[in-house]
Design a protein around this ligand. Structure first.
Ligand SMILES: [Zn+2]
Length: 275
């Protein structure tokens, strides 16, 4: 397979937390006297949105939206004995918008269908279809000024709030209170995404994968990011969007003054100019 880099679409925007946002740091960092359900923070102790969280969520939404959640199109990513525990979509269809944008892993993969028939099935690799992942997602840093002094008055910690949640036993009425840390509604993060544009075996991607990426952004706005989405957390909105196209020839120039191919205050006002 011949792959040529034609250029890069660079998408810069802010991610606004419309409701509280809880992206957990996992359960292996419980401190004594600390919060038992903390949000992920950077080295300076400020909450951020890991690129991997954004990418994983967008990929899963696109798998459903592109009709790729089918037993023979899913591979087993994590297994528990004879049971497939976590399955994700991955395939060797060179035109697949999900694998084309979000990438494929090297190594052998067993489809869910094959696994259910034979848990020891060897699987096969998709090497013929592996090309460099088109989408790169950077970590999104907190914009400190988005958390105003007024908001800070209502916060429990420097940048976050702590909610108590009760699960009530239906028979005994016993409550099981649990703490949960959230980034407050109104907080904003600065985000950057790159969509590589390739020519694969003579066929130019054009804006295809950029359009697919914008579709993934729209799907995320109508879903949720992070945990406890069904309890009202994790609604996000992309604002102040700017898309610049850098042709591969632009990287050879001494200086670049590239004009954005699109700018918009929000996704529903975003219109792409052809380039
Ligand atoms: Zn695929």
């Amino acid at each position: 397979m011949d792959v040529i880099l034609k250029g890069k679409y660079i998408i810069k925007c802010k991610i606004k937390a419309v409701t509280g946002l809880h992206i957990g740091e996992g359960n292996n960092s419980i401190e004594i006297g600390g919060i038992d359900n903390a949000v992920v923070k950077d080295a300076e102790g400020k909450p951020y949105i890991p690129g991997s969280s954004l990418k994983g969520k967008m990929r899963s939404l696109m798998e459903f939206a592109e009709g790729k959640v089918k037993d023979d199109l899913m591979v087993v990513a994590v297994k528990k004995g004879d049971k497939p525990e976590i399955c994700i979509h991955m395939c060797d269809d060179k035109e697949c918008p999900v694998c084309g944008l979000f990438g494929r892993n090297h190594g052998k993969h067993v489809t869910k269908k094959e696994f259910l028939k034979d848990p020891k099935a060897e699987g096969r690799d998709f090497s013929d279809a592996v090309i460099p992942t088109r989408l790169i997602v950077r970590d999104a840093k907190l914009i400190e000024s988005s958390i105003t002094d007024e908001m800070k008055e209502n916060l429990d910690l420097e940048w976050t709030e702590v909610k108590f949640e009760n699960n009530i036993d239906r028979i005994t009425s016993k409550a099981n209170p649990r703490q949960s840390e959230r980034v407050p509604a109104g907080a904003e993060f600065s985000a950057e995404f790159v969509v590589n544009r390739y020519e694969v075996d003579g066929s130019d991607d054009g804006q295809l994968y950029l359009s697919k990426f914008i579709k993934a952004m729209k799907l995320l706005e109508d879903d949720y990011l992070g945990g406890q989405g069904s309890r009202g957390n994790g609604k996000v909105k992309f604002v102040d969007i700017e898309i610049v196209y850098k042709d591969s020839s632009d990287y050879e120039k001494d200086s670049n003054d590239l004009k954005p191919i699109a700018t918009a205050p929000s996704l529903d006002q975003l219109k792409l100019a052809t380039k």
